[in-house]
Design a protein around this ligand. Structure first.
Ligand SMILES: Nc1ncnc2c1ncn2[C@@H]1O[C@H](COP(=O)(O)OP(=O)(O)O)[C@@H](O)[C@H]1O
Ligand SMILES: [Mg+2]
Length: 320
């Protein structure tokens, strides 16, 4: 059975419905990439799995989130607090959402192990420094006593990863963990995450808008567009034969090596706001092959054992 399985999940915040029947599964030891442009619903998916939707004034209106056999949508907040940071940890785009600027690094990293595992001060300290060393933070014992502002962005993100690992979680959700970092540091952090999955057998839900990162470490990919799943498939299949025009467009955005700098090919148009979702297939106004039915009818979800696609013209190529 999958460690995490999201099924037909819809979310409402006030009068808007930013997630509409999304689903995906994630096994132990696997990296699932959740991809899509800004505004697709990636962060809200993370927020919902973490049980933090009520803090945004949102609620689950349909579907289920099975984690290790339990439906998290039915979990009382008290039980969620035991799960969050213990069995499921979140790493966000900006390390400063997790770090307190006025406290030294050490006690912050230790906190999840003190809280969830009941470790003593000295045991937590040893564990924290050990993890920091494993994440190749130079002079970990010194960094332990420093304050966040004394560290670079890449080091701060390593600290946040150490913090996420402190209580030995089964699942890490990383929401664009490298977006704020420069390219070399990005690659290092992505490699650290990949090593953690391989060494510890944990599951990683990696949220990114970068198909290059997906190619680097993901086993499978779920592509979100405007609050719905466009396509899910193993990473090799996604790159070898993308079925959804949106997936193809995202892959087309990966900068090529021989491409002049600054000539990044974007996808024309933008993701609509949640109040302006079009009828039919929500991608149709930007789709090169959309036909009349795409404008009016929601595409069926075509399911196979490992893949899912929601398109009226799967696999069809645009005329060039
Ligand atoms: N608290 C909120 N209230 C209302 N709408 C929201 C809220 N948070 C996000 N949204 C909307 O939900 C959609 C998805 O947002 P988000 O999950 O942040 O996208 P992504 O992480 O893929 O960029 C967007 O249209 C966004 O405006
Ligand atoms: Mg986001």
């Amino acid at each position: 059975m999958a460690l995490l399985s999201v099924h037909n999940l819809s979310v409402a915040i006030g009068s808007v419905s930013p997630l509409d029947g999304i689903g995906f599964t994630l096994e132990k030891g696997e990296v699932l990439g959740l991809v899509g442009e800004s505004g697709s619903g990636k962060s809200l998916t993370a927020t919902t799995v973490m049980g933090l939707l009520p803090r945004l004034g949102g609620r689950v209106t349909q579907g289920a989130i099975h984690f290790d056999g339990h439906d998290l949508t039915q979990l009382p907040e008290r039980a969620y607090r035991r799960l969050r940071g213990r069995r499921i940890a979140l790493i966000s785009q900006n390390p400063m959402t997790s770090l307190d600027p006025i406290l030294p690094i050490g006690p912050q990293v230790e906190q999840p192990a003190r809280l969830h595992l009941g470790l003593s001060e000295s045991a937590a300290r040893d564990r924290a420094i050990g993890l920091m060393e494993q994440l190749r933070i130079p002079e970990a014992a010194t960094v332990y006593r420093q304050y966040p502002h004394q560290l670079s962005g890449g080091m701060k993100q390593r600290i946040v990863i150490a913090m996420a690992l402190m209580a030995d979680p089964d699942l890490i959700i990383a929401d664009e963990p490298t977006t704020a970092l420069d390219v070399t540091i990005q690659a290092q952090i992505v490699q650290i995450l990949a090593d953690l999955v391989a060494d510890r057998g944990l599951a990683l839900l990696l949220i990114t808008h970068d198909m290059g990162v997906v190619a680097q470490i993901c086993d499978r990919v779920t592509v979100l567009y405007a609050g719905r799943v466009a396509e899910s498939a193993p990473v090799r299949a996604i790159f070898a034969a993308p079925q959804h025009p949106y997936t193809r467009a995202l892959i087309g955005c990966i900068p090529q090596e021989n491409q002049p700098r600054g000539s990044l090919r974007g996808i024309p148009g933008t993701v609509p706001g949640v109040k302006d979702y079009p009828s039919g297939c929500r991608f149709h106004p930007r789709c090169a092959i959309a036909g009349p039915i795409c404008q009016t009818e929601v595409p069926p979800r075509l399911l196979s054992e490992r893949a899912e696609i929601a398109c009226w013209k799967p696999g069809e190529m645009p005329h060039v």
